[in-house]
Structure formats: C-alpha cells, structure tokens
Design a protein around this ligand. Structure first.
Ligand code: FES
Length: 135
C-alpha cells in the first residue's frame, strides 16, 4: 500500500478538489456583445471570492446554457457535476460557497441544505460521475 506523502491532513487544509467553471462569454440581460461580457465579471467575482483558497476557478467560452444567461458549473472528480444558470455578475461568492459545501460531501452530491439560493433556483442539470453509470 502506498501513502501519498504530498499531503499531511494534520497540518494542511483538506484540498477541496472542487473546480468552478464559469462561462466568460455569457451576455447580460441586454444581450450586448460589448466586452468585457457579464460572464467575465462573474468569473472575476468567483476568482476574488476564491482568492487564497484551494478552490480552482476556470473560464470557458459557452457551457451551452446561453438561454439561462450567466452560467457556471461545479465539478469535483468522482462526483456529480452541476450546471447553473440565471446567475448574476456578482454571484462569485455563491459559487465559492457552493464549492466549499461540495467539498464536504461524502456521497458525491452537492448538499441542498446550506446551498445558496442562487444555486437552488439556478440549477439547470446535474450529471453523474462516469463511474456510476459504467456497466
Ligand atoms: S455563452 Fe455562456 S453558456 Fe453559452
């Protein structure tokens, strides 16, 4: 049996393993093409909220959820993945709160209790981890 010596749970914070993926190309309610787009502001907001933590924030152009406006996803290896829409440009704190909550999950699901309202109302889809649906 091998032991991972890169991480000492007695002296270090437990890595969250959660990545926030923000669509940086989402437009605001006006539909304007002006840059920076509202999605960029949301990504900036998430980066600021996650600053100094081990929660990763990544930007991507289009999560295929354009009709639900500002969109983001929470990913955690081996866990369910969650896509959200109808977010606001300043919802970064909610995404980070959701990521922190997700990091505490022991069943691979993002807990409902304690989830920010924007991540309840804005839920678009959840996708199972591949291992759960393999034959
Ligand atoms: S442009 Fe943001 S989801 Fe498509």
């Amino acid at each position: 049996m091998s032991v991972d010596t890169r991480f000492d749970p007695m002296t270090e914070a437990v890595p969250s393993g959660v990545t926030i993926v923000v669509c940086s190309s989402c437009r605001d309610a006006s539909g304007s093409d002006a840059r920076p787009r509202a999605g960029e502001h949301l990504a900036d907001s998430a980066c600021a909220a996650a600053g100094g933590s081990d929660i990763a924030v990544r930007r991507i152009e289009c999560l295929g959820n354009c009709k639900r406006r500002l969109s983001a996803a929470l990913l955690r290896d081996g866990c369910w993945s969650y896509v959200f829409g109808d977010l606001a440009a300043d919802s970064g704190g909610d995404l980070v709160a959701g990521a922190r909550l997700f990091s505490t999950s022991t069943d691979g699901l993002l807990p409902w209790r304690g989830r920010p309202d924007s991540l309840k109302r804005g839920l678009v889809a959840r996708l199972p981890p591949l291992a759960l649906i393999k034959d």
